[in-house]
Write a protein that binds this ligand. Structure first.
Ligand code: FAD
Length: 278
């Protein structure tokens, strides 16, 4: 919602921009059964709101670039963005509107980020050729990334956090239990479960790496040097972060997690970007 709102305002302000994400927009909108507190709609379903937003974007000639941003690097007066397709983009400013991931971080995940914990199959998959990895996947939409990893790894322990898992491969072993922690030395070397004998799941699995496939990447992982407190990007009234030219809006800046707040902050961030560029 925040990203869409920002995009509409940037378009109105005649700025040149790209919006990254999914053409299906946000799961958090489409999954809402009934929305009662969004201005202009008294009793709308999430699917109806998504459909209205899609037509609004179409009318405004805004197409979502269907790539997941995997890294944002602040350089002198510009940013470089990398995506899961291996492409690289440059921008004068960035608005982070990633939402928040409702699935909590696993113990050890942040500590081992970049040392065996990865968030991007297409960026890091080749590093695990012939190795054993675990893949925690939170969305069916990301199943193709599991297939990509299984092409490289010798063995994949798949921990799906969604229903109707379709992917089947000889080297994929499914485990229906969230791990307790990720452990290792210099790099990840095992995944730990708190299990009961009845569950038939080993207490720990030896792994060379752990992929966390989520729809959104936590801003702290995405942008080096970003000021993040308790999982929320710190912003001022203009939605500016501590990095010059980098703004944030929506759930990622903190509670309440609401559409109207996300839309308002997206709008404010876009105006701040326009003023900054001027
Ligand atoms: C079931 C449900 C019902 C709800 N009902 C209500 C309600 O009735 N009223 C209300 O006000 N709020 C409701 N909410 C809360 C509301 O959904 C959120 O507050 C709102 O969607 C936040 O908007 P956002 O733009 O910050 O994030 P999101 O809507 O989560 O959008 C973030 C988008 O960014 C994409 N993204 C993230 N990281 C990346 C990346 N690295 N690269 C590319 N794309 C990325 C994500 O895939 C997602 O599409 C509900 C939430 C849920 C889950």
């Amino acid at each position: 919602m925040a990203g869409i709102s920002a995009a509409l305002t940037l378009q109105a302000n005649k700025k040149s921009f790209l919006i990254f994400g999914s053409a299906e927009l946000s799961d958090k909108i489409s999954k809402a059964e009934k929305i009662h507190n969004y201005p202009g709609f008294s009793d709308v379903s999430g699917k109806e709101l998504v459909s209205a937003l899609k037509s609004q974007l179409l009318d405004a000639n805004i197409a979502v670039v269907e790539e997941k941003v995997t890294g944002v690097y602040a350089l002198k007066e510009k940013f470089t963005l990398l995506t899961d397709t291996g492409k690289q983009y440059e921008a004068r400013t960035v608005i982070l509107a990633t939402g928040v991931e409702s699935i909590r971080l696993i113990e050890g995940e942040e500590a081992f980020s970049g040392r065996g914990v990865s968030y991007c199959a297409t960026c890091d998959g080749f590093l695990y050729k012939g190795k054993t990895i675990a893949v925690v996947c939170t969305s069916k939409r990301l199943e193709h990334e599991i297939g990509y990893l299984a092409d490289f790894a010798e063995k994949v322990y798949l921990i799906p956090m969604y229903k109707n898992v379709e992917i089947e491969r000889d080297n994929i072993i499914k485990i229906q239990k969230m791990p307790k922690s990720i452990a290792g030395g210099l790099r990840v070397n095992r995944l730990i479960f708190s299990t009961t004998p009845m569950e038939g799941i080993p207490a720990e699995l030896p792994v060379d790496g752990v992929f966390m496939l989520r729809e959104s990447v936590s801003p702290a992982v995405l942008v080096g040097g970003l000021n993040v407190v308790d999982g929320h990007v710190q912003v001022d009234r203009n939605m500016a972060t501590n990095l010059v030219g980098c703004y944030a809006a929506g759930d990622c800046t903190g509670r309440p997690y609401q559409y109207a707040k996300a839309a308002g902050e997206g709008n404010m961030a876009a105006h701040s970007v326009s003023a900054y560029l001027k």
